[in-house]
Design a protein around this ligand. Structure first.
Ligand code: FES
Length: 144
């Protein structure tokens, strides 16, 4: 696949998550609620998780933001469900490396996340892509 086609494919994956977000909403009886905003634009996300021991049994998000932040939240909730916090933090690390333009490893469970790799070329949008992951990290820090 040529670079341009790949770029186009990635863009359509991002738009699909933006228009048809997965796991949108609030888990009413969730065990964790985390609010996070992007101070540069005011966009915000509320992430709710339902933990069973160390495992993220369910994850949902709601919020207001650009296509990058909302699609990234959709992809993240899809990826972390059914995984332990430790595994989710590993994914988060790989995602940050991807955003920094460094070598990264995307496991199969991370689904569509690689479609955001092009964001690394636009430093102003990196905060958009990492908003949901920052929320997750904040939640796990508070857990400790
Ligand atoms: Fe606000 Fe992207 S412009 S999160």
């Amino acid at each position: 696949m040529s670079f341009n086609n790949l770029d186009q494919l990635y863009r359509s994956v991002i738009m699909d998550h933006y228009k048809n977000p997965r796991n949108k909403g609030i888990i009413e009886d969730g065990t964790m609620t985390i609010d996070m905003n992007n101070p540069t634009c005011g966009d915000r996300i509320r992430l709710t998780l339902n933990m069973e021991g160390d495992t993220i049994q369910d994850a949902k998000f709601e919020g207001e933001g650009c296509s990058i932040s909302m699609s990234s939240a959709s992809m993240m909730t899809q990826a972390i469900k059914g995984h332990t916090i430790e595994e989710a933090m590993h994914m988060s690390k790989e995602f940050s490396q991807m955003m920094l333009g460094e070598d990264y490893e995307i496991s199969e469970d991370m689904g569509d996340i690689e479609s955001l790799s092009g964001v690394a070329k636009f430093p102003a949008r990196i905060k958009c892509a990492t908003l949901a992951w920052k929320a997750l990290e904040k939640g796990t820090r508070e857990e400790e």
